[in-house]
Design a protein around this ligand. Structure first.
Ligand code: PHE
Length: 339
């Protein structure tokens, strides 16, 4: 019997189980009611009295060893089974990485969305335009410096065709085909012949607004712009209008907002004034209404135009304009969650 126990001790030592189920089968085989060890216990009766002590000890050793070994196998199999349980087979194999919207698109959408809520509808016009829509219809005198080669890109051999230098051309496009009430918001790309640097580029983006109806006043303009500024930059934002000049508006103004960065206290961004300029605006010059087929004796209107890059710089603190057109993924991917 001692030999048999010795053999079993070795056997138990080498036991293996690849699942909890297999470990349980081993338990039944060795430690179960009708298992090998219980059978040995039954045989123990027949062991001669003088050997009982030694054989008894061996038998206990075998029982303990089998228990320990099988428990260990069970535990190992259990953790393995859990790992398998944690795999979610319903999950998509590879998450599809979506692209991000360009920061200028994100901000453009936000601007358009704010004005849509105020009743403005979208209007667009061509980037390659004729002189009439960009300048003449907008009340630029023939010798106005903005028509100068320094600012405008002309199409070679077609001095009348230009790359539009502002989205005000879309005002003319809308007025020539529609009578008031007109309430449009016009986003688009514009071009100016400027040396490229951190602060200037040969193309950038604007959003134009135009509202023409009976009894439209400067107060309406101011209120709409205040609402826009507070929606875009937060409820605490203040606005300030400074007199300015544009050929197509009279009176004209430039609008500043309280500096988003220092909260109006003064910092390097706002050049210690507490204010940053964000747009040009004014009452549509009656000459512009008349030139575009709208009776200035009946109707008045306001217009405004802002640079999307400028608003984006303010919102996201982008220091160099060139980053918007370099397609550097490290920059673009920063806007993943801003979609
Ligand atoms: N077109 C002007 C510019 O490009 C902005 C502007 C639009 C000003 C409408 C007044 C009214 O600077």
């Amino acid at each position: 019997m001692t030999d048999k126990i010795e053999g079993l001790l070795k056997e138990v030592d080498g036991l293996q189980a690849s699942s909890a189920k297999e470990a349980e089968a081993l338990r039944v085989k060795y430690l179960g009611k009708k298992g090998i060890i219980n059978d040995l216990m039954a045989d123990f009766r027949n062991v001669p009295a003088d050997q009982k002590k030694a054989v008894g000890m061996k038998l206990n050793e075998l029982k303990n060893k089998a228990q320990e070994k099988i428990n260990a196998l069970k535990e190992a199999a259990d953790t393995q089974d859990h790992v398998a349980d944690d795999i979610d087979l319903t999950r998509t194999a590879y998450p599809v990485a979506l692209g991000t919207r360009h920061p200028l698109t994100i901000v453009k959408n936000e601007i358009v969305d704010i004005f849509s809520r105020l009743g403005f509808t979208l209007a667009e016009g061509p980037e390659v335009e004729d002189d009439w829509h960009v300048y003449s219809s907008m009340n630029f005198a023939d010798d106005h410096p903005a028509r100068d080669m320094q600012d405008t890109f002309f199409v070679e051999a077609h001095p009348d065709i230009v790359l539009r230098s502002h989205t005000s051309s879309v005002q003319a496009r809308v007025m020539e085909r529609q009578q008031p009430p007109i309430r449009v918001i016009c986003p688009g790309r514009v071009y100016r012949n400027e040396a490229i640097s951190a602060r200037a580029h040969c193309f950038f983006h604007q959003v134009e607004g135009l509202y023409v109806d009976r009894n439209v006043s400067f107060t309406d303009l101011k209120q709409v712009l205040l609402l826009f500024a507070q929606e875009m930059f937060g409820k605490e934002t203040k606005i300030r209008l400074r007199p300015s000049y544009f050929p197509f508006t009279e009176p004209s103004a430039e609008m500043d907002i309280s500096c988003d960065i220092c909260g109006g206290k003064g910092c390097s961004f706002c050049k210690y004034t507490g204010w940053v300029e964000i747009l040009g605006c004014g009452m549509v010059d009656p000459a512009v209404l008349d030139a575009n087929g709208i009776d200035s004796r009946i109707y008045t209107g306001y217009a405004f135009g802002m640079g999307i890059e400028r608003i984006t710089n303010l919102k996201y603190k982008v220091k160099d304009l060139r980053m918007f057109s370099e397609n550097d993924l490290r920059f673009l991917e920063e806007f993943t969650s801003a979609n």
